[in-house]
Design a protein around this ligand. Sequence first.
Ligand code: ADP
Length: 454
Amino acid sequence: MIDLKNKKILILGLGVSGYAAALFLLKKGFSVKVSEKAGEEDIGGRIKELGRYGQFEYETRGHTGEFCSKADVAVISPGVHTKELYDAGVLPVGMPAIGTLELGYMYCVSTVVAVTGTNGKSTVTELIGHMINASGRKAVVCGNIGNPLIGEVAGLSPRDIAVVEVSSFQLGTIDSFRPHIAVLLNITEDHYDRHRGYEDYRSEKFKIFANQNGDDWAVINASFKGDEEIGRIKSGIVYFGKGKHRAEVSQKEVSINDESGANCFSIKEKDLSLSGIHNMENVACAAIVGWILGISAEVLVSAAASFRPLKHRTEKVGVYEGICFIDDSKATNIDATRRAVESTDGKIILIAGGRDKGGDYRSLTSLIKEKVKAVIVIGEAQTLIKEAFGGVVPVICSANMADAVRVSAERASRGDIIMLSPMCSSFDMFSGYRERGDVFQREVKKQAGKDMSA
Ligand code: ADP
């Protein structure tokens, strides 16, 4: 673990995480300096607020070698490309750099449960937190989900549990981060724009287990069984997935089993608000984590049943004239959309598109052919998606979300589903997936009328 005592600490990036890190360190009396890419007009408020807790130097509009090299340790925000900064000489060779996640971990006195994977992180992180809270212990759900661990540590006690959503970017900048329970949900194509390729993306995700030892637990998707990386894990491994595992997944139920394979308890799909086989995997994962933490079967079953799906994840907006509208704006990659389409009954009119992330849309061709009536495309990826599916179903380009909703509704009949599940990021047209989903929901309600049923 890096020793920060008497060190000058450079915070790189003053986004949500960098700000939380700077605030924490200033309050603790550390000597801090801040370097930020954006201009003062964007982050002036944060600079001013930090100033209330101590004096610090800062630079805006880019990271310069002159400013950044005069520090002992760098704390890197998730969006900052560490390697590029070393390559460009902004960070001197030999200056240690840690991520804000590592910093949070260094000061965390609670048990840490960490969740990573390509899809399902937020759902599983929230569900684990919900289960722990239902058991009477305090869980703080944090990390990549929007509130960084470093912003929460001051309020945590040794009896609490920090349930941390972790992205592969953040795992690239850990040093001593050692979750007591680490969950790897799945790894599919995503973020090709940022990682050098699938292999790098994959090995970064496995870093979640790197510092664990025999007292810890690894909860892993059974599809990784036999993988070379598994052999390096030192903690106790439990698998979840189809087949006989400690957490067994089927369409209808999740079964938690003991080491001998005997059933401890089951959670039935009919009792859940979550739907689809991917969510059964999510429930299996969360339940086995709860079981390892010593939560009773009774609490785990009832907490799974009372958990509500998160916003913008196959969220039902309403039904109008027999047409069901679903907002899956959080599906920012191809596999997330695959899961959403697979788990939807009925014919779908799919609204997709946005900023392309480099995946292969054609991998969905047979599924689209089977379940989708038409694809309405928006945003930068219009041409790519049209090329992929144009020969299979009608693909219609729309200029904006309002038009996409209108065109979808024109093509839908009673019993159909209109689903926004974009396969792309939203940054070409929106501030993020939340705004994209909100605009979709607003348009649906505006165009379909107020008399929708839930
Ligand atoms: P993340 O935080 O990893 O983005 P979310 O829980 O926010 O995950 O879900 C993102 C998208 O992925 C949603 O569209 C959801 O329907 C889909 N999804 C959720 N769980 C899984 C899973 N286990 N496998 C594949 N897709 C999933």
